[in-house]
Design a binder for this molecule. Structure first.
Ligand SMILES: *Cc1c(COP(=O)(O)O)cnc(C)c1O
Length: 365
């Protein structure tokens, strides 16, 4: 059929655009943003200084290969810098992977409550996102394996997952990998890896090193608290790195992000502070919110999923309005198919105590 105006490729108009967490609370005296899982401690002071120093040289293009940043990451994680690609957020990398490996008619699997960037990146290529049901808000490896068809090209797995905060042990990730055909790319998104303190968890680096079809993506937006700069990285086998580099924009990572990223990844002390803050407040929040009669999904990340009963006006939507009026901005997860829940990022001590006090007031009303 001919058309009187340009038409986007099939799939594009089926995308529901990503709805980011709210950032404001109009009218509230003080606003606590707990909607996008950013670190309450902010970035390393060294990263801020490095960012500011780049302001003296804005006329120069960045190093398109982000060489010094890849070397810094490689040094910290014991990797080969040639196997690393940096991106404008892991978002950029997930889209580049989709562009390199998916086409019309292909399928990419993600789990039921998986990160919404996966279906968006998939549909943008004309491929079809296939949803594998979860069990108890947790990735179900058997369901992913059952969803594989001859058209499957990519499996996206956030571990831990956002917005649920749950994870699967490394044995399960390995079982998933063993069950996939060797021509299917397994994308491990370990955005929250630094926060996990479980012996049976692994980011999957070992699987990346020993396979030809596994990549791992990481972000500087969470524990490194550089979300504004848009910075992420991935590591993978040489042939995947080669393919993704071919579709990558030549200057996809900006100069302030490169310099701040180097300082951030090398500041082990600041990373430890952020992790320790989370270790203290995540269990406290789970326990205190649980005492109010609300169900909290056990989380290993830097956020919690709080479920509302829906009775006596105690809906997630009403709680969201109640908290927002007090400057507490949480995340509605209705777009993830979880209309009865709100996601809360672990905040500063002040924010955390205020949320608990406000939820107590809400539940008493
Ligand atoms: C926040 C998040 C990311 C990071 O995205 P950026 O584009 O790097 O900011 C990636 N994956 C998941 C599951 C996330 O929650």
């Amino acid at each position: 059929m001919s058309s009187s105006r340009p038409q986007p490729r099939p799939g594009v108009l089926s995308i529901s655009a990503y709805v980011p967490g709210k950032s404001g609370a109009p009218g509230a005296a003080k606003v606590f943003k707990l909607s996008s899982n950013e670190s309450p401690l902010g970035p390393s002071p060294h990263a801020i200084a490095a960012y500011q120093a780049v302001g003296q040289h804005l006329e120069d293009y960045p190093d398109g290969a982000a060489t010094r940043l890849r070397e810094a990451i490689a040094g910290v994680y014991g990797l080969d810098p040639a196997r690393i690609i940096c991106g404008a957020g892991s978002d950029d990398l997930l889209n580049l992977i989709a562009r390199a490996y998916l086409a019309d008619g292909d399928e990419a699997i993600h789990s039921q409550y998986g990160f919404l960037v996966y279906p968006i990146a998939t549909m943008g290529t004309g491929a079809k996102p296939v949803v594998a049901p979860e069990k108890d808000l947790t990735t179900d490896v058997d369901a992913i394996l059952a969803a594989v068809t001859p058209r499957t090209k990519v499996v996206f797995l956030a571990n831990p997952n956002n917005p649920t905060g749950t994870y699967i042990p490394f044995d399960e990730v390995k079982r998933l990998h063993r069950g996939l055909r060797p021509d299917i790319l397994l994308v491990l998104d370990a955005a929250y890896a630094e926060y996990v303190s479980r012996n049976d968890y692994s980011t999957g680096l070992e699987l990346v090193a020993e396979s030809e079809n596994v990549v791992m993506c990481r972000t500087f937006s969470k524990i490194h608290a550089l979300a504004a700069l848009r910075l992420g990285w991935m590591v993978g086998p040489a042939h995947v790195v080669d393919a993704v580099n071919r579709v990558r924009g030549p200057f996809n990572v900006n100069a302030p992000a490169i310099d701040a990223g180097i300082a951030a990844v090398e500041d082990a002390g600041h990373i430890e502070l952020s992790r320790a803050h989370n270790d203290r407040w995540l269990p406290w929040l789970s326990e205190e919110i649980g005492k109010l009669g609300l169900t909290v999904t056990p989380s290993v990340a830097n956020f919690l999923l709080i479920h509302f009963p829906g009775t006596n006006g105690h809906t997630a939507q009403a709680a969201d309005a109640f908290l927002t009026a007090r400057g507490l901005v949480l995340r509605s997860v209705a777009s993830y198919g979880l209309p009865a829940a709100l996601r809360m990022s672990v905040g500063t001590e002040e924010a955390n105590r205020l949320v608990v006090a406000s939820l107590a007031e809400f539940m008493a009303a």
